[in-house]
Design a protein around this ligand. Structure first.
Ligand code: AMP
Length: 371
């Protein structure tokens, strides 16, 4: 995996960036004052009009790192529009939410969320009312392109968010189709947690001499996460989980390997009197939104999730991440535990490790630098 280079210009305060007044006011309302490292590096480069390849995970502030230059560009160029592609519905919805807050003082910059699992009708109607920003998952956007219900002719800004994950999920053909319909004259910003060769290839295909910026070491978890493991056996895992949940305070995100396992666990927690909800790929879009919203607003203390569903999840109050089942890869482990300790908060991560998991746990520990 190639390392990320560093962009030299560093900004200490958003005021230094000469952002449009409406955007500065929106950022102030969001209580964004100091740029995060990825923002301090990516925003000046993007505001110079350069293509930017950002090496950053969720939790680093990457959404604002691309949204701020993008909105600035849209304000300065009223004829241009923007397209943001993201791997999952949840991430796309989260980005749309950030954009809504950032464009609160620029009502003419409307955005639309184009995601699967929902009816096309309302999406088509929203597009026909005129939108400047399209936030989409690749599959559904291709559906709209094929039906001629969306035009991307005026896209002057393209963002590929979590590009590595989009490739992992097999979206390369859809991305290719989509980018093929875009004007060549555009600015492209690509964000990825890792930079395997496929990403560098993608970048050289879609970008013009991109500036590479990085939020720092990308395979290590944030320092504010206290990591623990408990050795157990398969039959005892349930009881250990219950006692850990009772001993801990605050919101908990529990990772389970399979959809069925997640269903079973949510039911078990519910019957034991815990306020738990769940998200996984087998649940409808509506069920996922309701579960996430309930967890975000504190109606449920516990969220049980599979990897796909939890990707990019940003709920600032998650205090604990429990790996009930270990993830397949060390990268997934870093992503999972990165759901806690968001934006500088403290967090704890716990892994339940059975004798069968020991080899996998050693591999993860070596990768994250704990062994
Ligand atoms: P992201 O990596 O884009 O998912 O952002 C992670 C979290 O950090 C989100 O809750 C953001 O609202 C928050 N955030 C991002 N940038 C800033 C900033 N400059 N100041 C304060 N909070 C921020």
């Amino acid at each position: 995996m190639s390392p990320c280079n560093h962009w030299e210009t560093l900004v200490k305060n958003f005021n230094e960036l000469n952002l449009p007044k409406q955007l500065s006011a929106a950022l102030a309302a969001m209580k964004y004052e100091t740029p995060t490292p990825i923002q301090a590096k990516a925003i000046p480069a993007a505001m110079e009009g350069r293509d930017v390849m950002g090496c950053a995970q969720t939790g680093t502030g990457k959404t604002a790192a691309f949204s701020i230059p993008l909105i600035t560009g849209l304000i300065a160029n009223p004829q241009k529009t923007a397209l943001i592609l993201a791997p999952t519905r949840e991430l796309a919805a989260q980005i749309a939410d950030v954009l809504r807050q950032m464009t609160a003082k620029t009502p003419d910059i409307r955005s639309v969320l184009i995601i699967g699992g929902e009816a096309m009708g309302p999406q088509i109607r929203a597009v026909s009312r005129g939108v400047r920003i399209v936030v989409a998952t690749p599959g559904r956007l291709v559906d709209h392109l094929q039906q001629g219900t969306i035009s991307l002719k005026s896209v002057g800004y393209l963002v590929l968010d979590e590009a590595d994950r989009m490739l992992d999920m097999g979206f390369a053909p859809q991305i290719n189709k989509i980018v093929g319909t875009l004007p060549k004259e555009r600015q492209t910003l690509l964000f990825s947690a890792t930079l395997p060769q496929e990403i560098t290839r993608l970048a050289s295909k879609y970008m013009k001499q991109p500036v590479s910026v990085s939020a720092g070491e990308n395979t290590r978890p944030a320092k504010a996460i206290l990591q623990k493991m408990v050795e157990t056996t398969h039959p005892k895992k349930g009881e250990i989980l219950l006692s850990e949940l009772t001993a801990r305070q605050g919101s908990v995100l529990i990772f389970v390997r399979t959809k069925r396992g997640a269903d079973r666990m949510a039911k078990m927690l519910f019957t034991r009197g815990f306020e738990a909800t769940l998200i996984h790929g087998g649940r409808s879009q509506r069920q996922r939104f309701v579960a996430l919203d309930g967890f975000r607003k504190g109606r449920y203390r516990i969220l049980v999730a599979t990897d796909v569903a939890a990707r990019g999840l940003d709920v600032p109050h998650i205090a604990h991440v429990i790996n009930y089942d270990l993830p397949q890869t060390a990268e997934d482990y870093v992503h999972r535990i990165g759901r806690t300790a968001r934006a500088g908060a403290q967090g704890e991560a716990l892994a339940l490790v059975t004798p069968e998991d020991r080899g996998q746990w050693r591999m993860i520990s070596r990768h994250v630098g704990n062994a």
